[in-house]
Unconditional design. Structure first.
Length: 277
């Protein structure tokens, strides 16, 4: 679905929500309290500024007698089958974020992956998958990176652990290409990248990754993920704590200049190890 058509559909979602809410005699605050979000969020849903999570859409259906309308709309607009169900809403939010900040402890973030790297990651997790399945996943991941090429691209800040640079995903040649891509992204000022070196020891987020997203007309969100699930939260207290954690990560990371030098040196190490053709 094209972006313009998608936005028009979300506007219809919002107008229908407002119509049914008013028909049921609820204020935005009253409906929000019953579906466990703020009245301000209901207003943002109605104005198509923010998209509800699936469980919120389901609760709205139950309360307003929507016969599954809002859940069906959610699946049509957000539930892209190329992504895990818990991640589809995050992809949707990426398209409207003004700032994205990520911490990656083991893998290059999806927005920065090359085709070869993405293919190796997909195959490692799906060793019996068909070529068609793998290529669909790789294509979907590369398409996400288009948000960084738009004129309205978000400010993108990435903190990587040195693990990300050292694990030979896909072999030496693939890693050399991936790290050189990171160098290009930094030099083109598409993203700011910092690396937490092994020498930094323990850091503030030993348990996993983190993504923070800010928006022009909606509250910020935080997202964390494991291999089998993800959690997207917009509770202000939780997001504030996550932002503080990210500040601590940046504080122990190398400077952007020193990080770039380390990435370049590691890429050269992989280049020397790559088989010649």
């Amino acid at each position: 679905m094209a972006n313009g058509s998608r936005q028009a559909a979300w506007e219809f979602f919002g107008s229908e929500l407002k119509r049914r809410r008013e028909g049921a005699g609820f204020t935005q605050a009253e409906l929000g309290a019953r579906v466990f979000v703020s009245g301000g969020y209901i207003g943002q849903f109605e104005q198509a500024i923010r998209k509800p999570q699936l469980d919120v859409a389901q609760r709205i259906d139950t309360l307003l007698g929507g016969d599954g309308f809002f859940e069906r709309m959610w699946h049509k607009l957000i539930d892209d089958k190329r992504y895990a169900g818990y991640f589809a809403a995050v992809v949707e939010l990426e398209r409207t974020a003004t700032r994205i900040a990520e911490f990656a402890p083991a893998l290059v973030p999806g927005l920065l992956q090359t085709a070869g790297y993405a293919r190796a990651v997909t195959l490692a997790a799906n060793p019996f998958a068909t070529d068609a399945y793998v290529e669909e996943k790789v294509t979907a991941r590369l398409e996400r990176a288009h948000v960084l090429a738009d004129a309205t691209r978000p400010m993108y800040w990435v903190v990587l652990h040195e693990n990300v640079l050292r694990i030979p995903v896909g072999g030496a040649a693939t890693m050399c290409g991936q790290l050189n891509h990171l160098v290009d992204v930094v030099r083109e000022r598409t993203a700011a990248v910092q690396v937490i070196p092994y020498g930094a020891g323990a850091h503030a987020l030993m348990a996993g990754d983190l993504r923070l997203m800010d928006f022009a007309d909606a509250p910020p969100t935080a997202y964390t993920e494991t291999s089998f699930s993800g959690t997207l939260v917009d509770d202000p207290a939780v997001v504030k704590r996550a932002q503080h954690t990210y500040d601590l990560l940046r504080a122990v990371a190398l400077s952007p200049e020193a990080s770039l030098a380390l990435i370049e040196a590691t890429a050269e190490d992989f280049r020397r190890c790559a088989p010649t053709t």
